[in-house]
Design a protein around this ligand. Structure first.
Ligand SMILES: NC(=O)C1=CN([C@@H]2O[C@H](COP(=O)(O)OP(=O)(O)OC[C@H]3O[C@@H](n4cnc5c(N)ncnc54)[C@H](OP(=O)(O)O)[C@@H]3O)[C@@H](O)[C@H]2O)C=CC1
Ligand SMILES: CC(=O)N[C@@H](CCC(=O)OP(=O)(O)O)C(=O)O
Length: 357
């Protein structure tokens, strides 16, 4: 028996395919799209587990969907209205050129299209996508560039640490101390689902349980992404000192960001800057004075919670920014982008409360 709780009328909705159909990003897309009135997932692509149903792989989907996993081909994909790539690096950039002319909307959750060719090759250790594709892809951070997203055919969905960090930095454009090289320190913490479903020694239970550890120090691929877009959005030349930590939890990501401000800037000016940029944004919650965010408060949701503290002696601002890495850090933001591309309310499918406790 199949339990159909979908609110979509299948004949009138846009069809969606997901590549990387067995991964965590895909699971989150399935969860949100099931509540979306304009969309239905019709194809799940897998390169390894074709022929089986997704409910056979994931017990939480039992009797909820009979979607099968199939191999990706241009022929199978070209009839779709929308295609998400929830795949590891270097997959989307190979497929998109043969699909991009099919009047299909494409959203890539990987890092393939976020950086310049030179930076991608240096930080991802892969050959970069062709320049026309890099130019065509729009960086999908809705609270920064909604207009460009609304006209985009291909979205490069931001990374999880950059989403949290860039949302914290953007409103401070006029308040950051101007130097030849503007230094921002980012102390990032993430749960293990950030590494996806594939087992690896870093995220193994024995290594993660009751342990806090840094990883990819000095080599994290999100450093150039933060630098590129923080510089573009502020007009400053921003350099980031990033340290990422793995925390023994499944979901959640919190960045603590240290930013030197111009002399004399007050906490009231800081608050005014955040309220100016975010009071009309559906998914950014600027917390009241003295309240700092927690990953539990955004768990399973598309919210980004931001709190801050100004040390008047040093002139440094501490901003804490919490998201769910799989939602605002990946699939939720991808769906928010798709809503904007189609002129729909950007919250469609994404209005569920965070899960607590
Ligand atoms: N997890 C997170 O919090 C975030 C993830 N991202 C990015 O989103 C993307 C998806 O992440 P996530 O879902 O967590 O990753 P997962 O590892 O959970 O899933 C990726 C899926 O991609 C498929 N895949 C693997 N290799 C290939 C290949 N060579 N060709 C085609 N498909 C392949 C696999 O499915 P199958 O074997 O069935 O084909 C796998 O299930 C990644 O690029 C990740 O870096 C971005 C932000 C946050
Ligand atoms: C715990 C863990 O490994 N998290 C991953 C999350 C980033 C990610 O998913 O990669 P892209 O954004 O580059 O696609 C990491 O820190 O690399």
């Amino acid at each position: 028996m199949m339990r159909n709780y979908s609110i979509a009328e299948v004949s009138e909705v846009k069809t969606v395919g997901i590549v990387g159909g067995t991964g965590y990003g895909a699971l989150e897309l399935l969860r949100f799209i099931q509540l979306h009135p304009e969309l239905t997932v019709t194809k799940l692509f897998s390169h390894r587990q074709t022929g089986m149903e997704i409910q056979d792989e994931y017990g939480h989907l039992k009797e909820l969907t009979d979607l099968s996993l199939q191999s990706l081909s241009v022929e199978e994909a070209e009839s779709l209205d929308i295609l998400f790539f929830a795949t590891p690096k270097a997959v989307a950039k190979e497929w998109i050129p043969s699909l991009a002319n099919k009047s299909m909307q494409i959203i890539d959750l990987s890092g393939d299209l976020r950086l310049s060719a030179a930076d991608y090759e240096a930080w991802y250790n892969e050959e970069a996508a062709e320049e026309p594709l890099l130019e065509k892809a729009v960086y999908g951070l809705p609270e920064w560039n909604k207009q460009r997203i609304s006209n985009a055919e291909i979205i490069s969905n931001p990374g999880c640490f950059p989403t949290s960090t860039l949302l914290a930095i953007k409103p401070l454009k006029k308040l950051i101390l101007k130097q030849n090289q503007n230094m921002v320190i980012v102390d990032g913490k993430t749960g293990v689902s950030g590494a996806g479903r594939t087992q690896n020694p870093l995220t193994h239970f024995s290594n993660t349980n009751e342990n806090v550890q840094t990883y990819k120090t000095g080599s994290h691929q999100h450093q150039p992404e933060m630098e590129r877009y923080a510089s573009e959005m502020t007009g400053l030349n921003i350099h980031v000192q990033l340290t990422t930590h793995l925390i023994p939890m499944t979901r959640g990501l919190l960045c603590t960001i240290y930013i030197p401000l111009k002399e004399g800037v007050t906490i009231a000016e800081v608050r005014a800057a955040y309220m100016h940029d975010y009071q009309n944004e559906a998914f950014v919650r600027v917390l009241p004075e003295g309240v700092m965010p927690a990953t539990k408060h955004v768990y399973g949701s598309n919210y980004c919670d931001i709190g801050f503290y100004l040390n008047e002696k040093t002139g440094w601002l501490t901003v804490c920014s919490a998201i769910d890495n799989l939602v605002k850090g990946a699939s939720g933001q991808a769906l928010q982008n798709l809503n904007i591309m189609n002129g729909w309310d950007e919250t469609l499918g994404l209005t569920g409360y965070p899960l607590f406790p």
